[in-house]
Write a protein that binds this ligand. Structure first.
Ligand code: FES
Length: 279
């Protein structure tokens, strides 16, 4: 693609429209925009809203791939619109819809409440057996470098919800805990400072828990941060089997069984853990 062709290229945006105040009717509205090099899909939506139709609704905040609020279904794939340049899509027509597997609040804004509810359900914080301990800590909770390295990739989650929108199991089972929450469950369960493995196992080793995952891996393919939830879920299944068979010790997360995650397959593009700061 030459620079000439990408400068100010005219692109048609077909945008899904839904106004809950006007009933259940939905429609597609077309807008045409001159797209210069470097314009992201989110930039284009903001330009359309400012210059052509101020009734258009969508969600965004940081515009730098950090807050996770601008996820949409662009030309049939879930993606962060602030992290996707229009020219990368290599199409003169771009169709944008709200994320699938969620209800739609208005136009391109999906209701991510189920994502946050599922995330909360796996108790996404450090659990100690003495519940009052974190309010009155007696000292530092040390974590080894190997343990940090093991879970580091999974801490990158933005809670953008793209993985859940791409998940075929979530599409057929609304109660499925989902890739985002399960990956975060694994992240906390394998944290050596955490003592909540058994509590979370009761939540996850359940009818709509990790065993519903068919390892389609679409969650990992769309994750904008390379978290690789599909990998986390398979590792989680392994840990649960080991605990159930009493082949792994109960209690605080054991130090790593088989080596750091990068040996298991660190997703391409995910940086290494920071340099060791604790001997
Ligand atoms: Fe924050 Fe896109 S606006 S991730």
């Amino acid at each position: 693609m030459t620079e000439e062709k990408t400068e100010g290229r005219t692109t048609t945006f077909r945008l899904f429209r839904f106004d809950p105040d006007k009933g259940l009717a939905t429609s597609i509205t077309e807008y045409t925009l001159s797209v210069p090099r470097g314009m992201t899909v989110l930039d284009a939506l903001i330009r359309i809203k400012e210059e052509q139709d101020n009734t258009l609704s969508f969600r965004c905040s940081c515009r730098m791939g950090v807050c996770g609020s601008c996820g949409m279904f662009v030309n049939g794939l879930p993606m962060l619109t602030c992290q996707t340049q229009v020219v990368e899509l290599e199409s003169d027509t771009i169709e944008i819809r709200p994320l699938p597997n969620y209800d739609t609040l208005r136009d391109l804004a999906a209701d991510l409440t189920p994502l946050f509810e599922k995330h909360k359900s796996i108790l996404p914080w450090i659990i100690r057996k003495d519940a009052g301990e974190l309010d009155d800590p007696k000292g530092e909770y040390l974590q080894s470098n190997d343990n940090l390295d093991w879970i580091y990739q999974f801490t990158y989650c933005l809670k953008c919800g793209l993985c859940l929108s791409a998940c075929p199991t979530a599409a057929s089972d609304a109660e499925f805990t989902g890739p985002q929450a399960l990956a975060q469950a694994y992240r906390y369960m394998m944290d050596a400072r955490d003592e909540g493995f058994d509590r979370r196992m009761e939540i996850i080793d359940a009818a709509h828990g990790c065993w519903r995952c068919h390892f389609a891996t679409s969650c990992s393919q769309v994750c904008p941060k390379g978290v690789d939830p599909a990998l986390a879920i398979q590792l989680l299944k392994r840990e649960i089997v080991l605990r159930r068979l009493r082949l792994a010790k109960a209690g605080p997360a054991a130090e790593i069984l088989t080596g750091p995650v990068k040996d298991a397959k660190r997703k391409e593009g995910v940086p290494e853990a920071p340099p060791k700061s604790v001997p």
